[in-house]
Design a protein around this ligand. Structure first.
Ligand SMILES: [Zn+2]
Length: 320
């Protein structure tokens, strides 16, 4: 949206120079309590792009929620031109229940573009697509590793297809940028279908704040704003970051107690022992040998593992 026309949202006509907080009604709890999602709209007087900042699509992914909250609270996203639409927490149900999903057990981020008559997750997605998506040109969707699997700070996007998406990821300059295919039903896929550049940021694990990763997210967002001409300056990127073409999970061959001998961001050499899985009775312990080399971009902090559980996420093929 590049005009200075009013921006219509939730029955409001928001003018250039205005900043509003509006509450988008999603539905009601069984108790009758209305679930409404607060949406910040911050417009500059000068026309320009509309950037969406969203957290909490998965209700337990606290790092994304805290990142968007902090950006708004510290007034770090007052645009020089254009508009910032900030939604710190989309999935209020999951937030209340310490859960990724909505109460029907479905994942909002597998339910796009949604339907007004579908499941609860599908209705949340539909409401978003109808009310928010038409307004925005670009998006950053902030996530956190699922369950006890922590992610090193990383951007995920489709690389080398849309130059604007590549530029957003490069401007963000996270320690890792991963080429990640579009998951069916994800917000990223829905945005892609509309030709809107969206990137996903991941850091840490659910229900645990990762302060370093949140600060990376805040600085990266400010660099994206600067890149879009919406901020006069931004913190310098710490470095070019590592760009990853291919990544894979190493999974548990046996069940037991998992201990990792590596940390997030470490480089693992092929043949290196990266941990062990032991039976809890002191009879057996299996050393885990890396089948390939790569950077550790995800790590399971849940020590009790079943066969097939993801232990370690490795960036195995780097660019540049
Ligand atoms: Zn997520």
């Amino acid at each position: 949206m590049n005009s200075d026309a009013p921006l219509h949202l939730n029955g409001l006509a928001i003018l250039p120079g205005q900043q509003v907080l509006t509450r988008l009604v999603i539905s009601k709890l069984p108790s009758g309590t209305v679930i409404d999602v607060p949406v910040h709209v911050i417009r500059a007087t000068a026309p320009g792009p509309v950037l969406l900042l969203m957290g909490g699509m998965h209700g337990d992914e606290v790092n994304g929620i805290e990142t968007v909250r902090r950006l708004v609270r510290r007034e770090l996203v007052q645009p020089l031109r254009g508009t910032v639409v900030a939604i710190p927490l989309l999935n209020i149900y999951g937030f209340l229940n310490f859960s990724r999903e909505v109460p029907d057990g479905k994942d909002v981020n597998r339910s796009f573009p949604g339907s007004p008559r579908g499941s609860l997750a599908s209705r949340v997605a539909h409401r978003f697509m109808r009310e928010i998506m038409p307004l925005v040109d670009y998006g950053i969707d902030f996530h956190t590793g699922g369950a006890a699997r922590a992610n090193a700070p990383q951007i995920r996007c489709v690389l080398h297809e849309n130059a604007e998406t590549d530029a957003l990821a490069a401007a963000f300059a996270a320690p890792f940028t991963l080429h990640a295919g579009l998951r069916p039903g994800s917000l990223r896929e829905a945005a892609h279908a509309l030709g809107k550049p969206f990137i996903v940021y991941e850091t840490g694990e659910s229900l645990r704040l990762d302060e370093a990763g949140i600060e990376v997210a805040v600085a990266g967002t400010l660099r994206v704003l600067h890149h879009l001409g919406m901020a006069p300056e931004a913190p310098a990127a710490p470095g070019p970051g590592r760009v990853c073409r291919r990544h894979r999970w190493l999974r548990a061959r046996v069940a037991g107690l998992f201990r990792a001998h590596v940390g997030l961001g470490d480089f693992l050499e092929k043949g290196q022992i990266y941990g062990s899985v032991a039976d809890p009775y002191g009879e057996r312990a299996l050393r885990l040998v890396a089948p390939v080399s790569g950077f550790v971009i995800g790590l399971n902090f849940m020590p009790v593992v079943n066969q097939g559980d993801a232990l370690l996420h490795l960036a195995v093929e780097m660019e540049g």
